[in-house]
Design a protein around this ligand. Structure first.
Ligand code: NAI
Length: 237
Protein backbone atom coordinates (compact mmCIF):
# COMPACT_ATOMS: atom_id res chain seq x y z
CA UNK A 1 0.00 0.00 0.00
CA UNK A 2 1.36 3.40 -0.95
CA UNK A 3 1.04 5.88 1.88
CA UNK A 4 -0.14 9.41 1.20
CA UNK A 5 1.82 12.26 2.81
CA UNK A 6 1.12 15.97 3.04
CA UNK A 7 4.16 18.24 3.34
CA UNK A 8 3.46 21.90 4.04
CA UNK A 9 5.88 24.53 2.79
CA UNK A 10 7.24 21.97 0.34
CA UNK A 11 8.05 24.45 -2.43
CA UNK A 12 11.36 25.57 -0.89
CA UNK A 13 14.19 24.74 1.47
CA UNK A 14 13.63 22.10 4.14
CA UNK A 15 10.08 21.26 3.01
CA UNK A 16 11.24 20.67 -0.55
CA UNK A 17 13.98 18.29 0.64
CA UNK A 18 11.49 16.43 2.84
CA UNK A 19 9.02 16.10 -0.04
CA UNK A 20 11.78 14.82 -2.34
CA UNK A 21 12.93 12.33 0.29
CA UNK A 22 9.42 10.99 0.91
CA UNK A 23 8.92 10.53 -2.83
CA UNK A 24 12.19 8.56 -2.87
CA UNK A 25 10.91 6.52 0.10
CA UNK A 26 7.92 5.50 -2.04
CA UNK A 27 5.19 7.71 -0.59
CA UNK A 28 2.62 9.63 -2.61
CA UNK A 29 3.33 13.25 -1.69
CA UNK A 30 1.01 16.26 -1.78
CA UNK A 31 2.58 19.66 -1.17
CA UNK A 32 0.67 22.52 0.44
CA UNK A 33 2.40 25.86 -0.18
CA UNK A 34 1.68 29.44 -1.16
CA UNK A 35 3.90 28.76 -4.16
CA UNK A 36 3.68 26.04 -6.78
CA UNK A 37 5.88 23.06 -5.88
CA UNK A 38 7.88 21.10 -8.42
CA UNK A 39 7.91 17.88 -6.43
CA UNK A 40 5.41 15.19 -5.53
CA UNK A 41 2.19 13.87 -7.02
CA UNK A 42 0.21 17.08 -6.50
CA UNK A 43 0.81 20.69 -5.50
CA UNK A 44 -1.93 22.64 -3.73
CA UNK A 45 -2.00 26.43 -3.37
CA UNK A 46 -2.75 26.62 0.33
CA UNK A 47 -2.20 29.22 3.01
CA UNK A 48 -1.88 27.01 6.09
CA UNK A 49 -3.28 29.76 8.32
CA UNK A 50 -6.62 29.64 6.46
CA UNK A 51 -8.91 26.93 7.83
CA UNK A 52 -11.20 26.81 4.79
CA UNK A 53 -8.24 26.37 2.42
CA UNK A 54 -6.64 23.68 4.59
CA UNK A 55 -9.88 21.72 5.01
CA UNK A 56 -10.67 21.88 1.28
CA UNK A 57 -7.17 20.80 0.24
CA UNK A 58 -7.07 17.88 2.72
CA UNK A 59 -10.47 16.71 1.43
CA UNK A 60 -9.19 16.92 -2.15
CA UNK A 61 -6.05 14.93 -1.27
CA UNK A 62 -8.22 12.22 0.27
CA UNK A 63 -10.40 12.02 -2.85
CA UNK A 64 -7.69 12.31 -5.49
CA UNK A 65 -4.72 10.54 -3.89
CA UNK A 66 -6.12 8.58 -0.94
CA UNK A 67 -6.43 9.17 2.79
CA UNK A 68 -3.41 11.11 4.11
CA UNK A 69 -1.73 9.26 6.99
CA UNK A 70 1.56 11.19 7.03
CA UNK A 71 1.72 14.93 7.78
CA UNK A 72 4.82 17.09 7.89
CA UNK A 73 4.06 20.58 9.19
CA UNK A 74 6.99 22.58 7.88
CA UNK A 75 5.52 25.80 6.43
CA UNK A 76 6.77 28.76 8.38
CA UNK A 77 8.04 32.30 8.31
CA UNK A 78 10.74 33.94 10.41
CA UNK A 79 10.71 37.22 12.27
CA UNK A 80 13.54 39.35 13.57
CA UNK A 81 12.76 42.43 15.69
CA UNK A 82 13.66 43.88 19.04
CA UNK A 83 10.91 42.80 21.41
CA UNK A 84 9.60 46.30 22.10
CA UNK A 85 9.15 46.97 18.36
CA UNK A 86 7.07 43.88 17.58
CA UNK A 87 3.58 45.00 16.59
CA UNK A 88 0.48 43.03 17.48
CA UNK A 89 -0.09 42.37 13.76
CA UNK A 90 3.42 40.94 13.39
CA UNK A 91 2.95 38.79 16.49
CA UNK A 92 -0.41 37.51 15.22
CA UNK A 93 0.94 36.74 11.75
CA UNK A 94 3.81 34.63 13.09
CA UNK A 95 1.41 32.74 15.35
CA UNK A 96 -1.16 32.29 12.58
CA UNK A 97 1.27 30.67 10.16
CA UNK A 98 3.72 28.84 12.40
CA UNK A 99 1.44 27.66 15.20
CA UNK A 100 -2.19 27.93 14.08
CA UNK A 101 -1.24 26.56 10.65
CA UNK A 102 0.16 23.46 12.36
CA UNK A 103 -2.99 23.18 14.50
CA UNK A 104 -5.29 23.47 11.47
CA UNK A 105 -3.42 20.88 9.40
CA UNK A 106 -3.34 18.43 12.32
CA UNK A 107 -7.07 18.85 12.92
CA UNK A 108 -7.89 18.27 9.28
CA UNK A 109 -5.64 15.24 8.79
CA UNK A 110 -5.87 13.34 12.10
CA UNK A 111 -9.41 11.99 11.45
CA UNK A 112 -8.01 10.16 8.39
CA UNK A 113 -5.21 8.72 10.54
CA UNK A 114 -7.62 7.63 13.27
CA UNK A 115 -9.74 5.86 10.68
CA UNK A 116 -6.65 4.11 9.29
CA UNK A 117 -5.44 3.19 12.79
CA UNK A 118 -1.99 4.51 11.80
CA UNK A 119 -0.44 7.93 11.38
CA UNK A 120 2.79 9.89 11.49
CA UNK A 121 3.07 13.60 12.22
CA UNK A 122 6.38 15.46 12.10
CA UNK A 123 6.32 19.12 13.09
CA UNK A 124 9.24 21.34 12.17
CA UNK A 125 9.87 23.65 15.11
CA UNK A 126 13.18 25.43 15.73
CA UNK A 127 16.25 25.05 17.92
CA UNK A 128 15.68 28.71 18.85
CA UNK A 129 12.68 27.55 20.88
CA UNK A 130 14.93 25.28 22.96
CA UNK A 131 17.28 28.00 24.13
CA UNK A 132 15.48 31.25 23.33
CA UNK A 133 16.72 33.82 20.85
CA UNK A 134 16.97 37.54 21.28
CA UNK A 135 15.12 39.72 18.73
CA UNK A 136 13.00 36.72 17.69
CA UNK A 137 10.49 36.54 20.54
CA UNK A 138 7.41 36.20 18.32
CA UNK A 139 9.05 33.52 16.15
CA UNK A 140 10.47 31.63 19.12
CA UNK A 141 7.12 31.74 20.95
CA UNK A 142 5.32 30.32 17.93
CA UNK A 143 7.86 27.49 17.64
CA UNK A 144 7.76 26.76 21.38
CA UNK A 145 4.01 26.40 20.88
CA UNK A 146 4.68 23.82 18.17
CA UNK A 147 6.77 21.79 20.62
CA UNK A 148 3.95 21.84 23.22
CA UNK A 149 1.37 20.96 20.58
CA UNK A 150 3.53 18.02 19.49
CA UNK A 151 3.88 16.59 22.99
CA UNK A 152 0.18 16.95 23.77
CA UNK A 153 -0.95 15.33 20.50
CA UNK A 154 1.46 12.45 21.06
CA UNK A 155 -0.22 11.68 24.39
CA UNK A 156 -3.75 12.02 23.06
CA UNK A 157 -3.30 10.00 19.86
CA UNK A 158 -0.72 7.39 20.84
CA UNK A 159 -3.50 4.87 21.55
CA UNK A 160 -4.82 5.48 18.00
CA UNK A 161 -1.54 4.36 16.41
CA UNK A 162 -0.39 7.88 15.60
CA UNK A 163 3.07 9.14 16.50
CA UNK A 164 3.78 12.86 16.75
CA UNK A 165 7.33 14.20 16.96
CA UNK A 166 9.07 17.47 16.32
CA UNK A 167 12.39 18.27 14.68
CA UNK A 168 13.81 21.61 15.78
CA UNK A 169 16.36 22.42 13.05
CA UNK A 170 19.35 24.57 13.84
CA UNK A 171 21.13 26.64 11.24
CA UNK A 172 20.07 25.00 7.98
CA UNK A 173 21.28 26.50 4.70
CA UNK A 174 17.99 27.46 2.98
CA UNK A 175 16.57 30.54 1.23
CA UNK A 176 15.17 31.60 4.65
CA UNK A 177 18.62 31.49 6.25
CA UNK A 178 20.32 33.27 3.33
CA UNK A 179 17.62 35.99 3.31
CA UNK A 180 18.27 36.58 7.01
CA UNK A 181 22.01 36.76 6.36
CA UNK A 182 21.54 39.21 3.46
CA UNK A 183 19.54 41.49 5.77
CA UNK A 184 22.42 41.40 8.26
CA UNK A 185 20.27 39.57 10.79
CA UNK A 186 22.69 36.74 11.50
CA UNK A 187 25.35 38.89 13.10
CA UNK A 188 28.74 38.01 11.59
CA UNK A 189 27.06 35.68 9.04
CA UNK A 190 26.98 32.06 7.97
CA UNK A 191 30.75 31.43 7.80
CA UNK A 192 31.28 32.73 11.33
CA UNK A 193 28.46 30.56 12.61
CA UNK A 194 30.03 27.51 10.94
CA UNK A 195 33.23 28.15 12.90
CA UNK A 196 31.31 27.73 16.17
CA UNK A 197 29.27 24.72 15.04
CA UNK A 198 30.75 21.46 16.44
CA UNK A 199 30.49 19.58 13.12
CA UNK A 200 31.94 22.64 11.31
CA UNK A 201 29.35 23.01 8.61
CA UNK A 202 25.90 24.47 8.08
CA UNK A 203 23.05 22.00 8.07
CA UNK A 204 21.50 20.95 4.80
CA UNK A 205 17.78 20.54 4.13
CA UNK A 206 18.60 16.88 3.45
CA UNK A 207 19.76 16.49 7.07
CA UNK A 208 16.25 17.35 8.25
CA UNK A 209 14.69 15.18 5.54
CA UNK A 210 16.69 12.14 6.73
CA UNK A 211 15.41 12.55 10.30
CA UNK A 212 11.83 13.05 9.08
CA UNK A 213 12.13 9.95 6.89
CA UNK A 214 13.11 7.89 9.92
CA UNK A 215 10.28 9.19 12.10
CA UNK A 216 7.75 8.30 9.41
CA UNK A 217 8.84 4.67 9.07
CA UNK A 218 6.98 1.77 10.68
CA UNK A 219 10.08 0.94 12.73
CA UNK A 220 9.85 4.32 14.50
CA UNK A 221 6.54 3.39 16.11
CA UNK A 222 8.00 3.55 19.66
CA UNK A 223 9.26 7.11 19.14
CA UNK A 224 6.59 9.68 19.96
CA UNK A 225 6.28 12.99 21.76
CA UNK A 226 9.99 13.60 21.17
CA UNK A 227 12.06 16.63 20.26
CA UNK A 228 14.69 15.31 17.83
CA UNK A 229 17.33 18.01 17.44
CA UNK A 230 19.20 18.17 14.12
CA UNK A 231 21.65 21.01 14.56
CA UNK A 232 25.28 19.90 14.15
CA UNK A 233 25.74 19.96 17.93
CA UNK A 234 24.90 23.65 18.25
CA UNK A 235 22.29 22.75 20.85
CA UNK A 236 22.61 19.67 23.04
CA UNK A 237 19.88 20.50 25.54
P1 NAI B 1 11.92 28.64 3.30
O1 NAI B 1 11.51 30.07 3.40
O2 NAI B 1 13.00 28.24 2.36
O3 NAI B 1 10.62 27.75 3.00
C1 NAI B 1 9.40 27.96 3.67
C2 NAI B 1 8.26 27.53 2.76
O4 NAI B 1 7.04 27.73 3.49
C3 NAI B 1 8.16 28.37 1.48
O5 NAI B 1 7.99 27.53 0.36
C4 NAI B 1 6.95 29.24 1.72
O6 NAI B 1 6.24 29.58 0.54
C5 NAI B 1 6.10 28.34 2.61
N1 NAI B 1 5.12 29.11 3.38
C6 NAI B 1 5.32 30.26 4.09
N2 NAI B 1 4.16 30.69 4.60
C7 NAI B 1 3.21 29.80 4.22
C8 NAI B 1 1.80 29.70 4.43
N3 NAI B 1 1.14 30.65 5.13
N4 NAI B 1 1.12 28.68 3.89
C9 NAI B 1 1.77 27.74 3.14
N5 NAI B 1 3.09 27.78 2.91
C10 NAI B 1 3.80 28.80 3.43
O7 NAI B 1 12.28 28.23 4.80
P2 NAI B 1 13.08 26.98 5.43
O8 NAI B 1 14.35 27.49 5.97
O9 NAI B 1 13.06 25.82 4.52
O10 NAI B 1 12.15 26.70 6.69
C11 NAI B 1 11.24 25.61 6.78
C12 NAI B 1 10.80 25.47 8.23
O11 NAI B 1 11.94 25.21 9.04
C13 NAI B 1 10.16 26.73 8.79
O12 NAI B 1 9.06 26.37 9.62
C14 NAI B 1 11.26 27.36 9.61
O13 NAI B 1 10.78 28.16 10.65
C15 NAI B 1 11.97 26.12 10.12
N6 NAI B 1 13.35 26.36 10.55
C16 NAI B 1 14.34 26.68 9.66
C17 NAI B 1 15.65 26.88 10.10
C18 NAI B 1 16.76 27.21 9.18
O14 NAI B 1 17.91 27.31 9.66
N7 NAI B 1 16.54 27.35 7.87
C19 NAI B 1 16.00 26.77 11.52
C20 NAI B 1 14.87 26.45 12.37
C21 NAI B 1 13.61 26.26 11.88
Amino acid sequence: MTRVAIVTGGASGIGLAIAERLVKDGLTVAVFDLNEASVGAASFAVDVSDKAQVDAAVAEVATRLGAPTVLVNNAGIEGFKPFLDITLDEWNRLMAINLTGTFLCCQAVIPHMVEAGWGRIVNISSSSAQGGQQRMTHYVSSKAGVIGLTKSLALEFGPAGITVNTIPPGFIDTPMLRAAEAKGLLGPGVDAAIATTPVRRAGLPEDIAAAASFLIRDEASYVTGQVIGVNGGRNTG
